[in-house]
Design a protein around this ligand. Structure first.
Ligand code: FAD
Ligand code: EPU
Length: 346
């Protein structure tokens, strides 16, 4: 018999539901494919006063131990064009849609704005949580609004871009509203006549390599280039467990950056605000000798030091200990604090 979305199951392994591949159990586990499923399952968890965790693709979480509450796995489907004018289309997507499926849909229809975000793993609904970003573009650049359910009372709420307080790998949903809402729908405004963004140097290089003429670059060309770059650099979680960049790139005042650059001429940084610079944490981690280093079942990836990997059988605590050792050496060497991007579930 096929499992109904409303079934709440007990003692389920989450290994297949987190890209780190950490084998922990959820005390209760359910999948929802609609708002009504969700409300029903939330009621069960509220009546039993269980902790609740919403999970999309599990590509930005690290489980430290078994989860004693209810894990709600989001599978709300659907992509539809809801409005258009001469320049734009407004596209609504169910929060359980795979993010890259939405990107491929946009690329197929030649709508621009999210092609640089090709192949980012995970669900549409998790995109606003950390304002996903890559290759010079962030979700906030095309975000229009989202719908969510308030966990405490099931009330439906709508957030505009401004209300989301988007920042670098940040939003109100990681701050004041952390764990309080479940995003059910996201609306993006895409361009009918796209402006191609190749500001991130490697894209141009890749397009050149692909033989694409600089004056004739399509949304699909950019998407293809980004996919090729990502495949060459980032480990595929189905082969090697990981959650992408484990740490965020730290932001420091410009004078602090100049001082560090004087001491470490190879240091990589990018202007962030008029007063601050974002430093490539991967460079600092590599400088400290961690790149490609393995400690038991975990390590820092050989091609991207910022990505921590599970070679198989790792526990969450192994990753946490490795991350702590890496942060400490970066702090000792550079005096810079690096913080996790990944959501650690304790
Ligand atoms: P999950 O891991 O399931 O959840 C992440 C957090 O969001 C959890 O706290 C969860 O409770 C919460 N959450 C999830 N869905 C909802 C919802 N509907 N409502 C409320 N809360 C929710 N990220 C980037 O920004 N840029 C990259 O380039 C990038 N590259 C990556 C490459 C690899 C190989 C991997 C493994 C990860 C990468 N990531 C990147 C991180 C990750 O893909 C994103 O953070 C993605 O948005 C996570 O989606 P998810 O559905 O897997 O979220
Ligand atoms: N670098 C090193 N050694 C390394 C890794 C990086 O020296 O091992 C230096 C290189 O000089 C490189 C620079 O760091 O030029 C930046 O590296 P890269 O372009 O790979 O980007 P990143 O800063 O490491 C960020 C995001 C990625 C995103 C890419 C592309 C964060 C925390 N990470 O990585 O997002 O895909 O840029 O835009 O901002 C994620 O969030 O999970 C993620 C993968």
């Amino acid at each position: 018999m096929t499992e109904k979305f409303t079934d709440i199951r007990e003692n389920i392994s989450l290994k297949a539901y987190n890209t780190f591949g950490i084998d922990v159990n959820a005390r209760y586990f359910s999948r929802f494919g609609s708002e009504s499923d969700l409300i029903h399952q939330l009621k069960f968890a509220t009546d039993t006063s269980l902790a609740k965790l919403i999970l999309g693709g599990g590509s930005n979480v690290l489980f430290e131990r078994d989860y004693e509450g209810l894990v709600l796995r989001n599978e709300i489907p659907g992509i539809s064009l809801i409005q258009e004018d001469s320049k734009h289309v407004w596209v609504s997507a169910g929060s359980g849609v795979v993010w890259n499926d939405l990107v491929m849909w946009a690329v197929k229809h030649k709508f621009g704005g999210i092609e640089n975000l090709s192949l980012i793993p995970g669900s549409v609904g998790a995109g606003p949580i950390q304002n996903i970003g890559a290759y010079g573009v962030e979700l906030k650049d095309t975000f229009w609004q989202l719908e969510a359910i308030r966990i405490e009372n099931g009330e439906k709420v709508i957030f505009s871009a401004e209300q989301c307080h988007f920042g670098y790998r940040d939003s109100i949903f990681k701050q004041q509203l952390k764990g309080k809402l479940i995003i059910t729908k996201v609306v993006l405004r895409l361009d009918k006549d796209p402006t191609i963004n190749t500001s991130y140097g490697v894209i141009e290089k890749e397009l050149n390599f692909m033989g694409v003429k600089a004056n004739n670059v399509s949304v699909k060309d950019v998407s293809d280039a980004v996919i090729r770059i990502r495949k060459s650099k980032l480990p595929d979680p189905s082969v090697l467990g990981n959650a992408g960049s484990f740490f965020k790139n730290p932001e420091v005042p410009n004078d602090r950056y100049s001082e560090l650059k004087g001491r470490y001429p190879g240091l990589v940084g990018y202007p962030f605000t008029p007063d601050t610079t974002k430093i490539a944490a991967g460079w600092m981690i590599e400088y400290c000798g961690w790149k490609g280093k393995r400690v038991g079942a975990v390590g820092s990836h050989k091609d991207q030091a910022l990505v921590l990997v599970n070679y198989g059988g790792a526990k969450g605590i192994d990753v946490i200990n490795l991350a702590a050792a890496i942060s400490k050496s970066v702090l000792d060497e550079f005096g810079v604090v690096i913080s996790p991007e990944v959501n650690i579930i304790r």
